[in-house]
Write a protein that binds this ligand. Structure first.
Ligand code: PLP
Length: 425
């Protein structure tokens, strides 16, 4: 049994030269279900969740899986059964959370552009809390709740103006970002919330960005949030919970983010030092729960040597794996079967008609057409961001649990893609 080091989760490993997810050989899945194929390890997801729970041991805390990272029903079901709530950002995500067995009371609703219809549906379902992102939203939410004879529990999402030191597109807690209420307006917003008849104040919230690999930005944000908790409570407004968002990074290419339990040990020390150890702590992790629990298996279609570049053309593309095109993101790509053939350097690209359709650049590969590759660390922000560009059906998904593999999404057919369309008379 060989065990070449792979980025990400120990639940993906070579056994006798074949890449496995838990006890299942990925090549067997690729042959049975076709490619591109997303494969997830349930044990990897639960292990990531357990690390957060270790960090919060003995504390009043709740974990809300930020389902934007991967909102496939079979994934949500794993987290619902494990006792997680859900952080949602749309009415559609609410329906998914409920369809997967989530309890509406364990749903919190983030996002800068909630519509009245979404607010109404969320109130009707009885969600736990709205993370309000602007003063204008507070007014509308109060109105909607009043019309329904209800009150909406809210926490105000603070923009703490902290640099999370990540890619600019996934940094959210800077003054220049559209998210949250500016630090200096927060007290004003809480005072207004306290006057509004349709609002009840539950807590405070922040989220500073994604793929954060250092502890310091979190400590800075925590300090700023706790400063605000002091200020708001001095004004006589009690904040029952502190929601600290998500954002913890994962290893895509050897990054070494803090472990969830270690990060929270440091943050809780800070919370205790400042005298807020009695508050309920809430978090909204996404990527760190699922990112390294999934891979995308793809077949090599053609090798195309060139003067400047060699291309390895595969059947997965930017519509399946949008992160490289969107963020110049790195995913490790490895063969499903180890080989001793000579390797060459390739750009790995998909069939979509865009030069931006690349999955990996300048990689050493020995693979031949008909063989399979695994794009690693593909559990987060891949399937949930997948599109049907070029009328490509979205990939199938399989959830592995020990030696069992369950199809949790069938591959889309062209008929599925045209279902809602009509020819004009
Ligand atoms: N909470 C909010 C409000 C977010 O916008 C995001 C994602 O950007 C998350 C949680 C989850 O972030 P991550 O997947 O980096 O943990």
């Amino acid at each position: 049994m060989s065990s070449a080091a792979l980025p990400g989760s120990p639940h993906f490993a070579y056994r006798s030269g074949r890449l496995h997810c838990e006890d299942v050989a990925l090549e067997d899945l690729a042959r049975r279900h076709g490619t591109p194929l997303f494969v997830y390890s349930k044990a990897a997801m639960l292990a990531s969740l357990a690390a957060y729970r270790r960090g919060f041991a003995g504390r009043k805390s709740r974990i809300f899986y930020a389902m934007k990272a991967n909102s496939s029903l079979g994934i949500l079901q794993v987290f619902a059964r494990a006792g997680c709530g859900f952080d949602i950002v749309s009415g559609g995500e609410l329906e998914r959370a409920l369809a997967a067995g989530g309890d509406a009371r364990d749903v919190i609703f983030s996002g800068v552009g909630k519509t009245r219809a979404e607010m109404r549906r969320a109130l009707e379902a009885g969600i736990g809390c709205f993370n309000v992102e602007s003063e204008a939203e507070l007014e509308v939410l109060s109105e909607v709740a009043r019309e329904m004879g209800r009150t909406a529990a809210v926490s105000i999402r603070v923009n703490p103006n902290v640099d999370p030191k990540t890619h600019p597109y996934i940094s959210t807690g800077l003054r220049s970002n559209k998210f949250g209420v500016a630090h200096e307006r927060v007290l004003h917003a809480y005072r207004r919330a306290a006057e509004l008849p349709g609002i009840s104040i539950a807590g405070i919230d922040c989220h500073i960005g994604s793929q954060i690999t250092e502890t310091d930005p979190y400590l800075d944000a925590m300090d700023r949030i706790l400063d605000l908790v002091e200020e708001v409570e001095r004004a006589g407004i009690r904040l029952g919970h502190i929601d600290f968002g998500g954002g913890l990074g994962i290893s895509y290419a050897g990054e070494q983010p803090p472990r969830a339990d270690e990060l929270w040990r440091s943050l809780l020390e800070r919370v205790d030092e400042r005298g807020f150890g009695d508050r309920e702590l809430m978090i909204e992790p996404g990527r760190s729960l699922v990112g390294n629990a999934g891979v995308c298996v793809t077949e090599v279609l053609y090798l195309k040597p060139g003067e400047q570049k060699n291309f390895c053309i595969v059947d997965a593309a930017m519509n399946d794996l949008p992160r490289p095109a969107m963020y110049q993101a790195y995913h490790a790509v490895v063969p499903l079967a180890e080989s001793s053939r000579e390797a060459h350097t390739y750009d790995i690209v998909g069939p979509v008609c865009e030069s931006g359709d690349w999955l990996a650049r300048d990689r050493e590969l020995a693979a031949q057409p008909g063989e399979f590759l695994a794009v690693m660390s593909a559990g987060a922000y891949c399937m949930s961001m997948a599109s049907n560009y070029n009328t490509r059906g979205r990939a199938a998904e399989v959830l592995v649990d020990g030696g069992q593999a369950h199809v949790i999404r069938e591959r889309e057919t062209p008929a599925d893609l045209m279902l809602k369309e009509k020819l004009a008379p």
